[in-house]
Design a protein around this ligand. Structure first.
Ligand code: GLY
Length: 319
């Protein structure tokens, strides 16, 4: 179904980044929804349903990413997420509304499976942007959320295996497949959400980029939106999602903005050549981009009623 204006946006493929369809001029079908990783497909389909039932872009991304939060088979998000080195699942999530430039976030939340819902309540029902740890838990209870088991059977078994191998808790943290989603509605509204359990076996209290506005996510209706996945410490050091959106504001395409931001990460003095980071972005005209350092990054793209999962070819180190 063609939703909203057919604006005739030119989609230009840029070298090595498979974020565009390369088909020349194309009508924009709304909504446009982009998410990180193959599990973003279920999130996109859910977000599409929300748009279909009259929801806003913010409603769509909130409900969209909840699909992964509820899925115990996903070991990097919500229920199913692997715990910290003490065996406790600490969840991070954020929402950001490009219509109001307002957001909400929770970090190191424990005992609630849907941190993104609580993040939205922080935005709407508190004067704050970010709540962490026990304060986030208290706020969730005050908002009427009931506590739930957040350590899935699969995550418990993985932790038991890990702690047996690392009885002193000193193993390297692993895993960083954040679900980030950006949605653009036919009314021009853009919203973004991120949700993650962060790195498996992380130090308690560690927070990555995902719940930090400008790092893991950013959106501005007048420009576009962006979300990140990868090693949060490195994405945060360049204010990744904000940088992508600001480069788009200055005229870069989503692909160009992402590639420049990935270059900032790659070229940081002393950077580990094995660093992994990826971004997906939408511009307010409906064009999109994606790029990654590291292999095996896929994203889910929905235009109108069509949803596909696309692999991004990793970029070669430059210079
Ligand atoms: N990008 C997710 C994290 O580092 O926690």
């Amino acid at each position: 179904m063609l939703r909203g204006a057919a604006a005739g946006v030119g989609f230009l493929a840029s070298a090595g980044v498979r974020g565009q369809d390369g088909s020349g001029r194309a009508a924009v079908e709304f909504p446009v929804i982009i998410s990180t990783w193959p599990f973003g497909k279920a999130a996109n389909l859910e977000a599409l349903k929300i748009f279909d039932s009259g929801g806003t872009a913010l409603d769509a991304v909130e409900r969209g990413v909840m699909t992964a939060e509820a899925n115990p088979a996903i070991s990097t998000v919500g229920y199913g997420g692997f715990p910290n080195k003490a065996g406790i699942v600490e969840l991070d999530a954020a929402v950001f509304d490009g219509s109001t430039l307002d957001g909400g976030a929770v970090c190191a939340l424990t005992g609630f499976r849907h941190p993104v819902q609580i993040a939205r309540k922080v935005m709407e029902n508190s004067p704050h942007l970010i709540l962490v740890g026990e304060g986030a838990n208290l706020f969730a209870r005050e908002q009427g959320f009931s506590g739930e088991e957040t350590l899935s059977d699969g995550a418990r078994a993985a932790y038991q295996k890990w702690i047996k191998k690392h009885p002193d808790g000193q193993g390297e943290p692993e895993g960083h497949d954040t679900l980030g989603q950006v949605a653009l509605g036919s009314d021009g509204s853009i919203a973004a959400a991120c949700t993650t359990s962060g790195m498996a076996w992380k130090f308690p209290g560690r927070v990555g980029d995902s719940p930090i506005v400008g790092h893991g996510l950013y959106a501005d209706n007048s420009v576009g939106g962006c979300v990140a996945t990868g090693i949060g410490e490195e994405i945060s050091k360049v204010c990744g999602s904000f940088l992508v959106v600001e480069r788009m504001r200055q005229g870069a395409t989503p692909d160009e903005a992402i590639e420049e931001t990935l270059d900032r990460i790659r070229n940081r003095p002393g950077q580990n050549p094995a660093v992994q980071a990826a971004f997906v972005a939408l511009s307010s005209n409906g064009s999109w981009g994606a790029g990654a350092i590291g292999s095996n990054f896929h994203y889910a793209l929905t235009r109108g009623n069509q949803t596909e999962v696309i692999e991004v070819t990793p970029q070669q180190r430059k210079g």
